[in-house]
Design a protein around this ligand. Structure first.
Ligand code: AP5
Length: 210
């Protein structure tokens, strides 16, 4: 199955991508994680993306389209995949179509802007493996320590409140039009993000299987 997860920053795309990945045994591909990894490794692409990412803006289309093209050509994507955070603009969606990728479903996780700030201010990510937690909603077993690899969990740079507000503006201006783009294809399914992660998961899995 080939899925796209749409939604505002902090709507829960990454959290749900992880669950679907385990459920369907297909890779979850997050352009955000791939860019952060490139930044950590000091690659040319990572350095190019740094200022955009840290200010809450989108990385230029040609850079992310290049990353996705390369990733989708890999063997593990042949049976399907979950795209988390791509496409994020209409030109990115058009590029995906031009690659001949037939998407089965586009799941849009909807969460009101007011709740996003609370979610992102409580998010902690592992410096080492990137695993994601929330101090209230999904705490690690030992505070500040990753359950998976024992690395330190920290606040993401772009989760500062002012940057989150800029990311939301970017989302409404550039990514939200994708809802209409995919509604026209009949593949869009809307999931109302819930207070509890488990409730959103139940609705998301029902949308995947429905
Ligand atoms: P990216 O890493 O993709 O960030 P994002 O889309 O802003 O999404 P987030 O990772 O912040 O949130 P999420 O929806 O995955 O939520 P999560 O599950 O973690 O992108 C970062 C940057 O990279 C972009 O700003 C841009 O610069 C660049 N970039 C990436 N892709 C690009 C592209 N295609 N084009 C151009 N630029 C691109 O959940 C958030 C928190 O809430 C967690 O702590 C979680 O535990 C908690 N939570 C989740 N669900 C619930 C729930 N139901 N109830 C309570 N808490 C919950």
């Amino acid at each position: 199955m080939k899925l796209i997860l749409l939604g505002a920053p902090g709507a829960g795309k990454g959290t749900q991508a992880e669950v679907i990945c385990e459920h369907l045994q297909i890779p979850a591909i997050s352009t955000g994680n791939m860019i952060r990894e490139a930044l950590k490794n000091g690659t040319e692409m990572g350095l190019k993306a740094k200022s955009y990412m840290e200010s809450g803006a989108l990385v230029p289309d040609d850079v992310v389209i290049g990353i996705i093209k390369e990733r989708l050509a890999k063997e593990d994507c042949q049976k399907g995949f979950i795209l988390d955070g791509f496409p994020r603009t209409v030109p990115q969606a058009e590029a995906l179509d031009a690659m001949g990728v037939e998407i089965d479903k586009v799941i849009d996780i909807e969460v009101a802007d007011e709740k996003i700030e609370q979610r992102l201010s409580g998010r902690r990510v592992c410096e080492k493996c990137g695993a994601s937690y929330h101090v209230d909603f999904k705490p690690s077993k030992v505070s500040g320590v990753c359950d998976k690899c024992g690395g330190a969990t920290v606040v993401r740079k772009d989760d500062e409140p002012a940057t989150v507000r800029d990311r939301l503006k970017t989302y409404h201006a550039q990514t939200e039009p994708l809802k209409e783009y995919y509604a026209k294809t009949g593949k869009l399914v809307i999931v109302e993000g819930q207070e509890e992660v488990a409730d959103t998961t139940r609705l998301t899995l029902a949308a995947v299987e429905g």
